[in-house]
Design a protein around this ligand. Structure first.
Ligand code: ATP
Ligand code: MG
Length: 174
């Protein structure tokens, strides 16, 4: 008989990947057999709220989770400009999953309406550990490095991510 593998889906934009995400994934890894990490808004990059490409975000995630004791798959998920069809869109490209983990209210609403229950993991130091706060610190020269795993610092350095973000935040007005 084939064994039943329980897979959990975790979706985020990961702009950038931080210790809040890592702490959730460590907890999820104890509750399922395999994890699917969906990289949302995959088509976006070089934008003040979405500075990093899907490939760069996948590098951040894969390198940071090297020691995770659970098999995982990272899949890019492009936006669909139709929220009502979004769950079907995700399901159509993801490996099969039985559980969803998210605290994002829209994600919770859309899956719940399709009768797929969503578990919302507890937040980990949310005030500082949020993509918005980290991008803000990157722009203002604040200390963002301690909020992300060392592998994320390495990736951002390699791609000159801070220079990118600071430049695209500028204007061409005099
Ligand atoms: P942004 O501010 O850009 O929205 P974010 O920190 O919310 O960034 P997302 O990629 O939007 O990051 O989040 C992916 C998932 O991780 C969401 O379900 C979100 O609620 C959750 N999450 C974000 N920060 C934390 C945290 N500190 N602790 C636990 N979960 C978190
Ligand atoms: Mg968010």
């Amino acid at each position: 008989m084939t064994e039943i593998v329980v897979r959990g889906l975790y979706i985020g934009r990961f702009q950038p990947y931080h210790y809040g995400h890592q702490s959730v994934l460590e907890r999820i890894s104890k509750q399922v057999d395999e994890i699917i990490i969906g990289v949302g808004s995959a088509q976006m990059s070089h934008d003040i709220n979405n500075p990093f490409t899907a490939g760069e975000r996948i590098m951040m995630i894969t390198r940071s989770l090297e020691d995770l004791d659970c098999r995982y798959y990272v899949i890019p998920i492009e936006d669909l400009q139709r929220n009502a069809l979004w769950v079907a869109h995700v399901t159509s490209i993801s490996p099969p999953f039985q559980r969803v983990f998210s605290s994002n209210p829209l994600v919770v609403q859309l899956f719940s309406e399709r009768n797929i229950p969503v578990e919302s993991p507890e937040m980990y130091e949310r005030k500082s550990h949020s993509g918005t706060e980290i991008r803000q610190r990157m722009l203002s020269g604040g200390d963002w490095q301690k909020l992300v795993p060392p592998a994320v610092v390495d990736v951002i350095e390699e791609i000159k991510g801070i220079e990118r973000l600071q430049r695209i935040a500028g204007t061409d007005d005099e």
